[in-house]
Design a protein around this ligand. Structure first.
Ligand code: T1G
Ligand code: NAD
Length: 643
């Protein structure tokens, strides 16, 4: 770590270089503390530019320090020291000024951002609140409303929006250092604005805060930090600066030691470790210039959309011209939805569509580097597709299957150059869900495996390597979760009580509501196929409902009844009658007992997956559940929650 001081005339340029993200560890804090004093004593210096080397401005406090007591100089005092410096400091921001990094920037008198930069306070995503005046200075720069959005969501804003909000004073392009020095020199010719801590803040009325609290509580579903952040922001709007900073610091220290913060830090590091697994270190992935998707249905269109979001040209191959058109229609529908939600402009959506060519002619595959198959979940159909791919593609093209339940080894049987074959199990909707289960077969080469991980990184996915078993990691745990939920119902726990308990635990919906939404028949078909193949698959309560035509919302009823046009689950007498013979009254269970039973079953299945070598790491299982099945992030995942 270095902090270098250069001179540009009367402007001192302080360059921080603390790879990988200039995190504010104790050594860097001490170095900056000392630099403030040195420059204050230097009569030749009239202003200071603070800039960073590497990929980004200061990206925050050093999260690796959070497990131990905070060491001086503490960040709030460092921010105050910069603000009180005898010479005005100008923060020159590139990359992301996040958390403590943006707090340091707000201690500066000015902020100059590169147009590609962003600023934010993501602390709530780590289960804490800003700990160095972020909730107190932000309202003094951008107003309370913008501060509430920035702090309680944890979402950064791009430089242009930050300028509009008043979070930065200038947005520049070109050479950031030169532009910041010019800005500093010009600022010296005018009266300086007051330090941020001395700027006024307008406090909204009590009703406004109540509305914010209700909205955040509805989204938080038991997560503590966003509501505690809102509380700090209200104190910042209504109390003197020093009192508000003290309140914020006490809140930060309290949450920093919380279980939710520990769980979110666990995921923070697990996500980053998952993207670059140690066993693939040093293995060069293949370049992936051109990708193809076979099958333009639910998954194929989603996978093609994910590839386009990453800027990759895509060839979409279907079985006939009509299906190819339908596939393009599925893709257009995805991008039109993004335009409706304001995530894309019409021009951006068109640009994404322009990067897709669809057809039925395998000759388009001759120069593809990667082909992902997403055709019907039928072994014969898939094997026929791969026989075609073996003929149509280069011998070194990577061939991947998106199968959910089939054995990838059987799909790849007889395939020439099997080292290039791999399972890439995307989750629906594939352009949204971050989880990607990567399933090698024994013949898969290390280079192909490394390329799968590189593809995941380029798509912004969370990759988890899985061994081969029915359902790999996620769907196998899902099967166990559902079986345990049915076991509770068989012992007299009401269906609605199970769902309510899991919603209170933090899931968006319980296991039975979720099946009604997705359709009970999907798993039923899997079970029937296994039975037809001679496997012993005991009857489930879900089987009884599907055989009675109760497949979920799509048939007006499954575990619950649904009024026409209304997706609200209603307890069903028909279901009770169908299941009556299989339910023995048992002791009433509390919400906590229900949640402990179901999440405990998930953890037990996770332990079995580890013992069988299907999952490589306990934290991988947590990533699968959080990113693939809606396990509440602030619980850390079933393995973390089980302790
Ligand atoms: N502390 C320590 N290490 C960090 C770090 C941090 N804040 N951020 C990233 N790393 C490591 C990461 O583990 C990885 O390590 C490497 O840097 C590259 O990360 C007082 C208390 C900045 C947008 O939450 O959002 O400030 O795996 O792969 O994709 O109020 O990192 O290579 O060994 O993510 O280019 C608030 C978290 C902290 C920002 C860059 N700040 N970081 O993304 O790289 S709390 C954050 C990010 C705080 C104050 C409070 C991203 C990034 P390794 P990466 P990237
Ligand atoms: P789908 O029925 O929506 O789409 C399948 C597409 O494949 C259809 O458009 C069909 O025309 C096309 N197709 C069939 N035979 C073809 C051939 N010979 N050549 C080219 N195209 C052909 O199915 P889906 O839900 O998209 O599932 C596709 C695959 O993804 C399956 O293996 C499934 O198990 C897997 N998967 C599905 C989900 C999900 O939630 N739907 C999730 C993960 C994985």
């Amino acid at each position: 770590m270095t902090v270098r001081i250069d001179r540009d005339g009367e402007i001192a340029v302080v360059t921080v270089d603390n790879p990988p993200v200039n995190a504010l560890g104790q050594v860097l804090r001490q170095a900056l503390w000392d630099v403030v004093g040195a420059l204050d004593r230097d009569a030749c210096v009239r202003a200071v530019v603070l800039i960073c080397a590497g990929r980004t401005f200061i990206a925050g406090a050093d999260v690796t320090e959070f497990g131990s007591p905070p060491l001086p100089p503490h960040l709030p005092e460092l921010v105050d020291r910069i603000e009180a410096a005898a010479k005005p400091w100008v923060a020159a921001i590139h990359g992301s000024a996040l958390g403590g990094g943006f707090e340091v920037a707000m201690g500066c008198r000015f902020r100059v951002a590169l147009e590609s930069a962003s600023v934010g306070l993501p602390e709530v995503t780590l289960g804490i609140v800003p700990g160095a005046s972020g909730t107190v200075r932000t309202p003094r720069l951008a107003g309370v409303e913008a501060a509430v959005e920035l702090v309680t969501s944890g979402r950064p804003v791009k430089a242009g929006k930050a300028l509009a909000l008043g979070l930065v004073d200038a947005v520049v392009s070109g050479n950031l250092r030169a532009e910041a020095v010019t800005f500093a020199r010009a600022a010296l010719t005018r009266p300086l604005p007051p330090p941020v801590s001395a700027r006024p803040v307008t406090a909204p009325g009590a009703d406004w805060w109540d509305i914010q609290r209700q909205a955040i509580a509805g989204r938080a579903r038991g997560e503590l930090a966003p509501l505690r952040a809102l509380d700090c922001l209200r104190v910042a709007a209504e109390r003197p600066f020093a009192e508000a900073v003290a309140h914020e610091r006490a809140t930060f220290l309290d949450l920093r030691a919380s279980d939710q913060a520990a769980a979110l830090r666990h995921l923070f590091f697990a996500e980053r470790a998952a993207a670059r697994p140690a066993h693939l270190a040093g293995i060069e992935p293949r370049p992936l210039r051109k990708a193809a998707v076979i099958g333009g249905g639910t998954m194929g269109a989603g996978i093609a959309a994910a590839l386009r979001e990453a800027g990759r040209p895509v060839v979409l191959i279907e079985r006939d011209a009509e299906a190819a058109e339908r596939g393009l229609g599925n893709l257009r529908a995805i991008f039109d939805g993004a335009v409706r939600r304001g995530r894309l402009t019409a021009a951006q959506a068109q640009e994404r569509m322009d990067g897709v060519t669809a057809g039925i002619d395998d000759s388009r595959l001759a120069d593809a580097d990667l082909v992902i198959e997403a055709v019907f979940e039928d072994l014969a159909v898939k094997r026929e597709v791969f026989a075609r791919l073996a003929r149509a593609c280069r011998a070194d093209a990577i061939l991947a299957t998106n199968t959910s339940y089939l054995d990838p080894r059987q799909i790849a049987e007889g395939l020439p150059e099997p080292g290039r074959f791999i399972g890439l199990h995307f989750f629906s909707p594939a352009h949204v869900m971050k989880l990607l289960e990567i399933v090698p077969i024994p013949a898969t080469s290390a280079e192909t495996l490394a390329t799968g991980f590189a593809l995941a990184r380029s798509l912004g996915k969370i990759p988890v390597q899985a061994g081969i078993c029915e359902g790999f990691i996620g769907n196998r745990i899902l099967k166990r979760y559902r079986a345990e939920a049915e076991a509770l119902v068989r012992r007299g726990t009401p269906i609605a009580a199970v769902d309510a308990a899991m919603r209170r635990y933090g899931f968006a919906m319980g296991p039975f509501e979720a099946q009604d939404l997705g359709g009970l028949d999907i798993a039923f078909v899997q079970r029937e196929a296994a039975r037809a193949a001679g496997k012993d698959v005991p009857e489930t309560l879900g089987d009884i409902l599907v055989r009675a035509g109760r497949k979920g919302q799509k048939t007006g009823g499954g575990w619950y009844d649904y009024a026409p046009g209304d997706r609200t689950p209603q307890p069903s007498e028909a279901t009770a009658a169908l299941l009556a013979g299989r339910i023995a009254p048992g002791p009433a269970l509390t919400d906590d007992a229900i949640a402990a039973r179901l999440t405990g079953a998930m953890a037990d299945e996770g332990k079995a997956l580890l013992a069988e070598g299907i999952a490589r790491k306990s934290s991988d299982i947590d990533l699968v559940e959080v990113h693939g099945y809606g396990f509440p992030r602030w619980r850390g995942g079933p393995m973390f929650a089980a302790g």
